[in-house]
Design a protein around this ligand. Structure first.
Ligand code: HEC
Ligand code: HEC
Length: 232
């Protein structure tokens, strides 16, 4: 059995580790706001944030990895969360430096941020904007669903029709790793549809994808989402 003194000692250590976080002390949230711009294409943060292609990032600091309700994570992140790992400042720093290097198998398509100060500024911004999690699992009741995405998700996608439509997509989305074109095979329908809706209404800007998405109606998007979710 551990003595009371050992337990208190461990608590004191943990408390001092938490307050002396050198990373956050050095981050500038105002700079981080600017650096967050590319993240905004996939992640909402702050009041009313919902999942888009990526999960919302409220309370991301100290949040359990790959575990926020209502979002289908890659096995890589889900497994880390099941092992009890959390996004402390050090883990965020390493992930943002090289997402695929730190988490092979992650679905996040992002090159990484080389400069350490930029990463510290970003983390400081996320903390200021989204707060810190207490590390406990989040309540599913907190998840707001985007109504446009929900409407399309409710349509039963016609898989053969989706396969037919997909030939236009696979000209670019070939799935050879390492390119700047994200993998869309195996993408959860919720993330797929949120992404296409963002391109359709211009929330996410990319000339080709904006044009592609604007030509597709809800039935087509549901069919494509159903096809790509299980395509291999
Ligand atoms: C092209 C879309 C895209 C961009 C851009 C992007 N992300 Fe992500 N992000 C994702 C996806 C998708 C996931 C889920 C990854 C998985 O399940 O493997 C994710 C996951 C994450 C997670 C882990 C969340 C969790 O709950 O475990 C963090 C933290 C994160 N992103 C931060 C950022 C930051 C900060 C930026 C900008 C510097 C950024 N992302 C840019 C798509 C993106
Ligand atoms: C000419 C090449 C091209 C074609 C054709 C194309 N895409 Fe894309 N797609 C891209 C690129 C490049 C991106 C990343 C854009 C960005 O940075 O936002 C992308 C992003 C996406 C995303 C977001 C994925 C993520 O994880 O961020 C989805 C979903 C998607 N495309 C689906 C489709 C579908 C469905 C079709 C066919 C109807 C299609 N694309 C056709 C090039 C293409």
């Amino acid at each position: 059995m551990r003595s009371a003194r050992a337990i208190i000692g461990a608590l004191v250590l943990a408390a001092s580790a938490a307050t002396s976080s050198p990373l956050l002390a050095e981050g500038d949230p105002a700079q981080g706001d600017v650096l967050y711009r590319p993240c905004r294409a996939c992640h909402m943060i702050g009041d009313g944030a919902v999942h888009r292609v990526g999960p919302h990032l409220n309370g991301i600091v100290d949040r359990v990895i790959g575990a926020v309700p209502g979002y289908e994570f890659s096995d890589a992140l889900a497994k880390a969360g099941a092992e009890g790992r959390v996004w402390d400042e050090a883990a965020l720093d390493r992930f943002l430096a090289d997402p695929r290097g730190y988490f092979p198998g992650t679905r996040m398509v992002f090159r990484g941020i080389r400069t350490e100060q930029d990463r510290l500024d970003l983390i400081a911004y996320m903390l200021a904007e989204g707060g810190r999690s207490d590390g406990a699992p989040m309540d599913t009741a907190d998840i707001a669903v985007d109504p446009e995405v929900a409407t399309i998700l409710a349509i039963a996608g016609d898989v053969p029709y989706g396969e037919y439509l997909s030939s236009e997509c696979t000209a670019c989305h070939r799935d050879s790793g390492g390119s700047d074109i994200p993998t869309i095979r195996g993408l959860a329908p919720s993330a797929f549809i949120a992404g296409m809706v963002d391109y359709r209404n211009g929330t996410r800007e990319h000339q080709v994808m904006n044009t592609v998405a604007r030509r597709l109606g809800d039935e087509e998007l549901a069919a494509l989402a159903a096809y790509f979710a299980n395509a291999d």
